[in-house]
Design a protein around this ligand. Sequence first.
Ligand SMILES: C[S@@+](CC[C@H](N)C(=O)[O-])C[C@H]1O[C@@H](n2cnc3c(N)ncnc32)[C@H](O)[C@@H]1O
Length: 275
Amino acid sequence: MKRYDPDAARRRQLHEATVEHYQDPDLYDHEYRRRRADVNYYRSLAAATGRDVLELGSGSGRLLIPLLRDGARAVGLDYSQPMLHRCQDRTLRLRPAVRARATLVRGDFRRFAFGRRFPLIVCPFNAMMHLYTLDDVASFLACVRAHLTPDGLFAFDVQNPDLHWLTRDPDRRWSRTRCKDPRTGRSYIYTTNHTYDAATQIAWIRIFYDPEGPPPEGRAQRSRIVHLAHRQFFPEELRALLTSAGFALEARDGGFSGEPFESESDAQVVRCRVG
Ligand SMILES: C[S@@+](CC[C@H](N)C(=O)[O-])C[C@H]1O[C@@H](n2cnc3c(N)ncnc32)[C@H](O)[C@@H]1O
C-alpha cells in the first residue's frame, strides 16, 4: 500500500491552486477586462526603459499584447498552457512585424534561463503571490537578478495583506456578483470565500460559479469551484526578501497612479534595482 506523504499532498494542492484559475483564459480576460490602470503603468515603464521587456507570468497577454503594439520587444514566460495558447492566438492577430517581436515560453519563473539580460523585467497582477515558500522566492529573485542589465529595473505588484479580509468567516460567501458567461450569455452568480493559514501566510481561496435559472434542455445544472492559493507578502517582509536577494527598493506605491503606500493601500506597486 502506498504511504500517505503530506508534503507531496501539499505540493499537489498548491499546484492545483496555481493552475485552476488559469484554465479558462476567455473567462479570465472577461473578468479582468476593466482592469486597465496596471496595464498603462507597465506600458509607461517599458516606454521609459527602451521597450525590451521580460514579463514573468505573462498569462493571456493582457499586458504583453499592448506592449507589443507599443513597439516593444517582449518575452513572456508562463506556466499555464491555456493562458499561453490564448496569448499565442492573440499574437496571430497582430501584424507580422509586430508579432515578430514576441517570444512566448512555457516555463516556471522559479527557474529560468534565457541567456540574455533585460533592462526591464515585470511581474504584474499578483503573479508573485504564487511563490509559496522562501525557497520559491529566493530562486525566483535570483533568476530575476541574473537576467537584469546592470542598471535594469524590476517592477511588480502584489496585494497589501488586509487582516480584516484575510480573517473573514471562511464558511460565508463573499463578493456576490451577477455575471454573464461571455460565450453562452448565461447568467451565473460569482461568490468567493477563503481560509487563511497564518503559519504559511497562504490564503486558500475558493471561487464559486453558480448558474442562474433553469438549465438548457437535457443538460444538468453545474456549479463550479475554482481553487486559488495566494501567498501574502507583508510589507517589511517584502523589503527584507528583496534586500537579502541583492535588490534595493527604489519605490513602493499604493496604486498605479503613484498613490503613497500606506496601511490601507490595496496593492504594493514596487520598483527595484540590483544594488
Ligand atoms: C494573475 S495572472 C497574471 C497574468 C498577466 N501578467 C496579467 O497581468 O494578466 C498570474 C500568471 O502567473 C502564472 N504563474 C503562476 N505561477 C507561475 C510560475 N511558477 N511560473 C510561471 N508562471 C506562473 C499563471 O499561470 C498566470 O498566468
